[in-house]
Design a protein around this ligand. Structure first.
Ligand code: PLP
Length: 201
């Protein structure tokens, strides 16, 4: 990126959900900063705070030169004024209070880890169940991928079967939200994927 003089823009929407640790998931951003890059980080708290409708997030700007920061700020203020002007404050207050209070911060970090561990467990179980059912194909990608979503590898017709016949909802691309899997529905979902793969080409 240095050689090609590219500008770095991170889109951080799931911090903590990949590894269970906020610091581990922030590694790439910190690495780029340590390498001297100037960069933007757009951060969303929709997922890791469960505040989907509150529009909470921030834009972190890393610049080498203080004067550049002043210029960026004045540009940002114009953009903000002409687009949303006043953001809703309720969700931002919840996040700010949590991040600035050591007890609440520790509790939230524990919550994020619980979520990440649960998704890792569901990935492991889904892969195991598909392998136990001898579902054609390889299912290693379910545990090799990280985060909240997984590409199942189902094609659009198989996705249609999942939705219409089994009422398991996923994107036409085969992308599924792992958080929707629980110990009570995982057998049903694994069997449905098995049926989709074996009955629909
Ligand atoms: C990678 C990525 N970036 C950004 C967003 C948007 O986050 P927000 O809900 O704060 O608009 C999402 C949400 O789906 C996402 O998946």
């Amino acid at each position: 990126m240095k050689r090609r003089n590219l500008f770095v823009f991170f889109d951080s929407a799931y911090q903590g959900f990949a590894s269970g640790s906020l610091d581990k998931d922030a590694w790439a951003i910190r690495y780029f900063v340590s390498e001297g890059f100037e960069l933007f980080v757009a951060q969303s708290f929709s997922k890791n705070f469960g505040l989907y409708n509150e529009r909470v997030g921030n834009l972190t700007i890393v610049a080498q030169d203080g004067e550049n920061l002043t210029r960026i700020l004045s540009q940002m203020e114009k953009i903000v004024r002409t687009t949303w002007s006043n953001p809703p404050s309720q969700g931002a207050r919840i996040v700010s209070k949590t991040l600035n209070c050591p007890e609440l911060f520790a509790e939230w970090k524990g919550n994020v880890k619980t979520m990440a561990d649960r998704v890792l467990l569901m990935r492991d179980q889904l892969k195991g169940k598909l392998q136990a059912l001898n579902t054609p194909g390889t299912w290693e990608h379910i545990t090799q991928q990280i985060g909240m979503f997984s590409f199942t590898g189902l094609n659009p017709k198989q996705v249609e079967f999942m939705i219409k016949e089994r009422h398991v909802y996923l994107m036409a691309s085969g992308r599924i939200n792992m958080c929707g899997l629980t110990s009570s529905n995982i057998d049903y979902v694994a069997q449905s994927i098995h049926d989709a793969v074996t009955k629909v080409q």
